[in-house]
Design a binder for this molecule. Structure first.
Ligand code: MOS
Length: 677
C-alpha cells in the first residue's frame, strides 16, 4: 500500500500492576519514527458494549492504551509508528517502562476455580440427572481420574496482520479475520462510529484454527495508529506475539469418574472440568457438553468452571471444548474397558444411546455404530491382542487404540447474492471467509450445481463487508450456512431467469433476456433444534509405535470414520479431516505453551520450542471414511460440517494406543518421551 507506515507494539513485561513511568523520548528521536502512542497520549476510545457469539462473556474487553493498568504479561502498552518495520522495531526497544507490580497469579495450579457468571450459548455450567454420586459409590467397577491438557496456541503459518487506512471518517481494514462483519462491528464499537463506516477486506486467510474468530487489540492499535499518523498503518504480529496478542486453547483440568456394571453398562458419569481465563473476560468452553449425550447413562453430573488469572483471554481453537472434554472422557472409557477386560469398541456399543439423554430429544441422525464398524474393519481391529505390550515390530512396541468423536451441527443465518449475466456466467457472493477448508471452491461448486452451469462459468467472491452478511467462519458451520444461502439465491435466480426467458435452459434464457438478473437470499434455521439433537459422530482408530528405550512415539496409521451428513466435496472434506487428524497428533504428542507460573511468560513462544507436527510426523496411512448419512432435518443441504470433528477423538485414541503399546496410562498431554520413560 502506498504511504503505509509500520506499527510495532511494545508489550508489558509484568503480569499484574500498573505502569509507574513510561519514557518514549528516545524512541521518538529514533530514525524514521513518526509517533509513539502510550496511555498518556492515545485518544480515549468509546469502547461501547458489543457482544457477538465469538466474544468472551462479561464483555469488558481489554481496553488498549486507555489507562496505566496492566492485567497480564504481553499486554500492549505502546505503539511505535515509523516509516519502515525495521525502524519501528528498533525504536520499540528504546521505550523505557517501570512498573508498580501487584500480587496476582499466572499459576493455574494456585487458583480456586469458580462457576462462570454467564451462560455461554445457554449451556448450563452445571447439570445433573439421576443420582450420579450414589450410583458411582455403588458401582461394581469404577474409574476416577484427573486429566490435564496444557495451554496450546494456534500456529497458522500466516500470523495476524492488519492494515488500517482512514479516509475522513471512513475506515478500511485489511485484516486476517474469520468474520469480516464482526471485525467491522467490533471496531465500530471500540471507536464509537457506525459499522457502515468501516469496510473490512479479508479474501484469503492463511490458516487460523479459531485465532481469527475475534478481533484482537492489534486491530484497534492499527486503526488508532492510522488515525493519529494521518496515513495507513500496518501492524503485523511476530510469531512470538502470536502467544501474547491473540487467544489460545486454555489449560484444562478435568476429573472424570465412571461407574459401570460388570457387563459393561455405564451407571454413573461425573465430569468436572475447569480452565484458565483472564481477569477481564470470562471465556468458558463447552468442555463437558458431549458427556451429557455421547454414551448412554442414567446418572450423570457435569460441571465446568473457570480459573480467573493474570493472563490474556483464551479463545476458541479447533473443536474448542469438545476436543478437550472428549480427551478426558474417552481416555476414561478406555480405562474402564481395561478394568472390565472388555474390548473398547464393545464397551461403546453396549452404551450406545437411543436418543440424546441430556436434551431428551431424538438425534436427527446418529451413525456412531456405523462409524465404529467401518473404521474397525478398515483398520483390522479384530486382529488386536488386547494385552498391553503384546504387539511388537522389531524393538518397537505397537499399540492400537480408539476413541469416539462428536461435534455439534451448527447452522446460522446467512445471506448470498447472485448476478446472472447475459452470457450465462454467474457472479455469486457472500461475506464468508476461507481459512483453508476450500470455501472458494465448495461455494463455486454449490452455485454451479444449483444453477446448472459449468463450474468455469461461476465466479464466487467472499471476504468483504460489502458483500451479503455471512456468519462466523467457524464452528464447522460455513458449508451448512453459507452453502444453504448460496443454494437458495441460485435457485431464485435460475427460476426467475427461466420463467422470464421462457426457456428450459439457463444459457438460452439469459441470451433471450439480454440483461442482468439479480437474486438474493437470506436463510436461517427453523425449529429443528427444538425437535432434534443434531451432531456429527465419528470413530478414530490409531496405531502407534513406541520406542521402549527412547520413549519416542510414532503414529503409524489413523483411520477415521465420520457420519457428518452430506459431503459436498469429498476431496476438500478429506483434506479437512486429514488436517484435523494431524492437529490431533500435535495435541497428543507435542503441543504445549509453557506458562511461567511466576510471571506469565511463555518461554517457548517460537517455532523452535513449541513443537507442531511436520510432514515427517504424519502417518503414511490416514484413511478417512464418510459413512453415508442422509439427514433432512439439519439444514436444506443436509450438511453437518467436518472441520472440527476431524480433530476430536484423535488425542485420546493416541493415548489409548500408547497404553496398549506400553502399559502406561498418560493423563497429561502432550505425551512426550519423558512421560514414557
Ligand atoms: Mo473454529 S475454533 O470455530 O475456527
Amino acid at each position: 500500500m502506498p504511504g503505509v507506515a509500520h506499527g510495532v507494539i511494545v508489550r508489558s513485561t509484568v503480569a499484574n500492576g500498573r505502569i509507574a513511568s513510561i519514557d518514549s523520548a528516545a524512541a521518538e528521536r529514533a530514525p524514521g519514527v513518526k509517533r509513539v502512542l502510550t496511555h498518556r497520549n492515545a485518544p480515549r476510545l468509546a469502547y461501547r458494549p458489543h457482544k457477538a457469539v465469538v466474544d468472551a462473556a462479561v464483555g469488558e474487553r481489554l481496553q488498549v492504551l486507555q489507562d496505566e493498568g496492566v492485567s497480564h504479561q504481553g499486554q500492549p502498552i505502546a505503539l511505535v509508528i515509523a516509516d519502515t518495520i525495521e525502524q519501528a522495531t528498533h525504536a520499540a526497544t528504546l521505550v523505557r517502562v517501570t512498573y508498580a507490580q501487584e500480587a496476582g497469579t499466572t499459576d493455574v495450579a494456585r487458583v480456586e476455580p469458580v462457576l462462570p457468571t454467564s451462560r455461554e450459548g445457554g449451556r448450563p455450567e452445571e447439570s445433573r440427572r439421576g443420582d450420579p454420586e450414589g450410583a458411582l459409590a455403588a458401582a461394581e467397577v469404577k474409574i476416577d481420574q484427573i486429566y490435564v491438557i496444557p495451554r496450546e496456541n494456534h500456529n497458522p503459518i500466516e500470523m495476524h496482520a492488519t492494515i488500517a487506512a482512514w479516509d475522513g471518517d471512513r475506515l478500511t481494514l485489511w485484516d486476517k479475520t474469520q468474520w469480516v462483519h464482526n471485525a467491522a462491528d467490533e471496531i465500530a464499537a471500540v471507536f464509537g462510529i457506525p459499522a457502515e463506516n468501516i469496510r473490512v477486506v479479508s479474501p484469503f486467510v492463511g490458516g487460523a484454527f479459531g485465532s481469527a474468530l475475534r478481533t484482537w487489540p492489534h486491530v484497534t492499535l492499527a486503526a488508532l495508529g492510522a488515525r493519529v499518523a494521518g496515513r495507513p498503518v500496518k501492524v503485523m504480529l511476530s510469531r512470538r506475539e502470536m502467544y501474547y496478542g491473540v487467544g489460545y486453547r486454555p489449560h484444562t483440568v478435568q476429573r472424570v469418574a465412571l461407574g459401570a456394571s460388570r457387563d459393561g453398562r455405564l451407571t454413573a458419569i461425573v465430569h468436572d472440568g475447569y480452565q484458565e481465563t483472564s481477569t477481564y473476560e470470562e471465556f468458558s468452553e463447552t468442555l463437558v457438553s458431549p458427556t451429557g449425550f455421547l454414551h448412554s447413562c442414567p446418572n450423570v453430573y457435569t460441571r465446568r468452571r473457570i480459573a480467573r488469572m493474570n493472563v490474556h483471554t483464551p479463545t476458541y481453537m479447533r473443536a474448542p471444548g469438545e476436543v478437550s472434554g472428549i480427551f478426558a472422557l474417552e481416555s476414561a472409557m478406555d480405562e474402564l474397558a481395561v478394568a472390565l477386560k472388555m474390548d473398547p469398541v464393545e464397551l461403546r456399543l453396549r452404551n450406545e444411546p437411543e436418543q440424546d439423554e441430556f436434551k431428551k430429544l431424538p438425534f436427527s441422525s446418529r451413525s456412531a455404530r456405523e462409524c465404529y464398524r467401518a473404521a474397525a474393519d478398515r483398520f483390522g481391529w479384530s486382529r488386536r491382542n488386547p494385552e498391553p505390550r503384546s504387539m511388537q515390530d522389531g524393538r518397537w512396541l505397537i499399540g492400537w487404540g480408539m476413541a469416539t468423536a462428536t461435534y455439534p451441527m451448527n447452522y446460522a443465518p446467512a445471506s448470498a447474492m447472485v448476478r446472472l449475466l447475459p452470457d450465462a456466467t454467474a457472479e455469486v457472493m457472500s461475506a464468508s471467509s476461507d481459512m483453508g477448508p476450500g470455501t472458494w471452491t465448495s461455494m463455486t461448486q454449490v452455485a454451479a450445481e444449483t444453477l446448472g452451469l459449468p463450474i468455469e462459468r461461476v465466479k464466487f467472491t467472499l471476504g468483504d463487508t460489502r458483500l451479503p452478511r455471512a456468519p462466523v467462519h467457524g464452528g464447522s458451520m460455513t458449508m451448512a450456512s453459507v452453502g444453504t444461502a448460496v443454494q437458495a439465491a441460485c435457485r431464485k435466480a435460475r427460476d426467475h431467469a427461466l420463467a422470464r426467458g421462457g426457456a428450459n435452459d439457463l444459457t438460452d434464457a439469459m441470451r433471450r433476456i439480454g440483461q442482468l438478473i439479480e437474486a438474493s437470499a437470506d436463510v436461517k434455521p427453523g425449529d429443528a433444534s427444538q425437535r432434534f439433537s443434531m451432531h456429527a459422530f465419528g470413530a478414530v482408530f490409531v496405531e502407534v509405535a513406541v520406542d521402549p528405550d527412547l520413549g519416542e512415539t510414532r503414529v503409524r496409521r489413523i483411520v477415521g470414520a465420520y457420519g457428518a451428513g452430506r459431503i459436498v466435496n469429498p476431496k476438500t472434506t478429506r483434506s479437512q479431516c486429514i488436517g484435523g487428524i494431524i492437529g490431533g497428533i500435535g495435541m497428543a504428542l507435542m503441543e504445549h505453551s509453557v506458562v511461567d507460573g511466576g510471571n506469565g511468560r511463555v518461554p517457548n513462544a517460537n517455532f523452535a520450542e513449541y513443537a507442531v507436527p511436520v510432514h515427517a510426523d504424519a502417518p503414511s496411512v490416514m484413511d478417512v471414511i464418510f459413512v453415508g448419512e442422509h439427514d433432512p432435518h439439519v439444514n436444506p443441504l443436509g450438511v453437518k460440517g467436518v472441520g472440527e470433528i476431524a480433530m476430536v477423538g484423535v488425542a485420546p485414541a493416541i493415548a489409548n494406543a500408547i497404553f496398549h503399546a506400553t502399559g502406561k496410562r498418560i493423563r497429561e498431554l502432550p505425551i512426550t518421551p519423558d512421560k514414557l520413560l
